[in-house]
Design a protein around this ligand. Structure first.
Ligand SMILES: Cc1cc2nc3c(=O)[nH]c(=O)nc-3n(C[C@H](O)[C@H](O)[C@H](O)COP(=O)(O)O)c2cc1C
Length: 229
């Protein structure tokens, strides 16, 4: 890079850096560690970091699969999946569960993870994970680029129908995000992050009338009395 204030590029023409910065900029990302079953009842587990929550009421989560992978095929066939929280002690098993092994081998076994039965869906939970969302499929959306070109990329959305939180992660009625030591996907080929308690901070939204009046006055000056003009 020269002395330009920005490194600017057009993605379709290449980023011009050693590693694609896109993944590092949009990060750290939560990981969708998704368990599912195929039509024969064989369990599957895989991490998806193009993952997030998209709706609060009802709670809807989603992840994107680059290619029609087993997880997507299973969820389309059965309509169910489970999201499992990846925590620091589970980082390595999560990584192992991403290995491309023959369909007959369950990533639960590959990563030496115990299955915990779910309550409202059939796919099992990762027993060692402290938080689980049992989900029912709502939509599978094939992504498209500019001019409507269909991509080999599918978004899977599911409604959360049952939530399990290990009791020690809730204190005074509040879920303690940092206490869970979540693993997040950061940049580069293999970077990850977690959240230390000291990295957390509070900031209330500017929603009250006084907040809004203060912001508007700071931006455009004191409110004028329209009746006198
Ligand atoms: C941390 C992490 C995040 C990943 N995120 C994605 C993702 O967002 N989309 C994707 O298609 N693959 C992603 N992968 C790769 C899949 O986990 C991998 O292809 C896996 O074998 C898919 O399993 P399945 O075919 O059983 O669904 C990720 C892998 C890791 C380790």
């Amino acid at each position: 890079m020269g002395s330009e204030p920005f490194h600017s590029y057009t993605p379709s023409a290449g980023h011009g850096l050693a590693h694609d910065p896109f993944y590092a900029i949009v990060g750290p990302r939560p990981i969708g560690w998704i368990s599912s079953l195929d039509e024969q009842g064989r369990s599957n587990l895989a991490p998806y970091s193009f993952f997030n929550a998209f709706c609060f009421k009802p709670p809807i989560i989603g992840f994107a699969s680059s290619g029609w992978k087993d997880t997507v095929a299973n969820i389309k066939a059965t309509g169910e999946f489970v999201w499992n929280l990846v925590t620091l002690p589970l980082a390595e098993p999560m990584n192992i569960s991403s290995a491309a092994v023959p369909h007959e081998i369950s990533e639960f076994d590959l990563a030496h993870l115990e299955r915990l039965p779910s309550e409202m869906v059939r796919p099992p939970r990762v027993a060692a994970s402290p938080v689980h969302f049992e989900c029912r499929l709502t939509q599978i959306l094939q992504l498209q680029g500019i001019e409507g070109v269909l991509l080999e990329n599918w978004m899977v959305f599911g409604e959360v129908v049952r939530v399990h939180i290990r009791a020690d992660l809730v204190a005074d009625g509040i879920y303690r995000t940092a206490r869970a030591q979540p693993v997040l996907r950061a940049g580069g080929r293999s970077e990850y992050a977690s959240i230390a308690p000291e990295a957390m901070f509070d900031m209330a939204r500017p929603t009250g009338d006084e907040d809004l009046a203060r912001l508007i006055e700071a931006a455009v000056g004191p409110a004028r009395d329209i009746s006198s003009t």
